[in-house]
Design a protein around this ligand. Structure first.
Ligand code: AMP
Length: 304
């Protein structure tokens, strides 16, 4: 195995108010970049581009640093940190968004530090598609540009999103978002339509029903890791992406075989994210736990 390559992440760093059937938490640390960085830090070096307000706790900055996350690209400015409030129903399915306050993200102009510009792997966490594009335009031809988005941007910023999609290689979205983006209910037709918009590799997340990979060399489907007890699914999507991108960067290969195994690691990281509020569980993980769960999934899908 080669040594892991750098992954550059841009996305939201947020305070979340979250209510799930297992409880509620106010002002918990969240945001797509935060979740992604925490998860991907278990696989290799991570560089983060985002903005927080003056209200952001110094001890969390220390926690990210302690996990080896490079924070040269994290700006702290006057104002409030991004805020999101969401609620999950009895099935812990898709979140209902109750409030989104962009706050310091409203005027954010990402500046990618010189040291990040040659990162071979870039992930555009969920945030305004123009900010995602801004970062793509500042980096020096990465090997893979992965991207996430959500209904908030698909409906609210369709033109900016369509411009961005032409510049990325990999889109990771959930089933409902794929339908919304393509206007097509059938999954296969929806994937074909999205491919015409730009990304050649598409991963569709199906929550508790697993995930599907559509790669130019072939397709692959994987179940979710079966969990008896969930606490909070917030960040499961970003954690999934962190496992996929983390594995790809570690192996420095984007062929179908590597992607298939990457889906296993994405599934593992998403399952851990659901077992605690915020990234409590993901931040405290050990590599052996990640590998152990990956082996369990390999056994689950093996025909031997
Ligand atoms: P996930 O559950 O992985 O899809 O992501 C959850 C995280 O996304 C939460 O921590 C939120 O702070 C963040 N989030 C929610 N809405 C948005 C949005 N419109 N833009 C950026 N981040 C968001």
């Amino acid at each position: 195995m080669t040594s892991p390559s750098n992954i550059l992440i841009v996305g939201s760093v947020a305070f979340d108010d979250v209510e799930t059937p297992a409880g509620r938490r106010e002002r918990s640390l969240g945001g797509s970049a935060n979740y992604f960085a925490m998860g991907a830090s278990h696989f290799g070096p991570v560089q983060l581009v985002a903005v927080v307000g003056e209200d952001f706790p110094a001890d969390h900055i220390e926690t990210l640093k302690a996990r080896g996350v490079d924070l040269e690209g994290l700006e702290q400015v006057a104002g409030d940190t991004f805020f999101w409030r969401g609620r999950y129903g009895a099935d812990f399915g898709d979140a209902e968004t109750l409030d989104t306050q962009l706050n310091v993200f409203a005027d954010f102009q990402p500046k990618v530090p010189e040291a990040y510009k040659r990162s071979p792997y870039l992930f555009l966490g969920n945030i305004h598609p123009s900010l995602q594009e801004d970062v793509v335009d500042q980096v020096d031809s990465p090997k893979l540009i992965g991207c996430d988005t959500m209904n908030f941007w698909i409906q609210g910023e369709p033109e900016a999103l369509s411009k961005l999609l032409k510049k990325i290689n990999l889109l990771i979205i959930n089933e409902g978002e794929a339908r919304l983006l393509s206007g097509e209910k059938n999954l296969l037709k929806s994937v074909e339509l999205i491919r015409e918009m730009g990304p050649e590799i598409i991963i569709i997340k199906k929550g508790a029903h697993g995930a599907a990979l559509f790669h130019p060399e072939g397709r692959f489907f994987i179940p979710a890791y079966p969990l008896a007890e969930l606490q909070d699914p917030t960040g499961a999507g970003d954690s999934f992406a962190s496992g996929v991108m983390g594995y790809i960067a570690r192996h420095d290969n984007i062929d179908l075989k590597t992607f298939k195994t990457a889906l296993i690691y994405g599934t593992v990281m998403a399952s851990f994210a659901c077992e605690g509020f915020s990234f409590d569980r993901v931040a405290a993980l050990h590599l052996e736990e990640i590998e152990g769960r990956a082996d369990e999934i390999k056994a689950l899908i093996s025909l031997d």
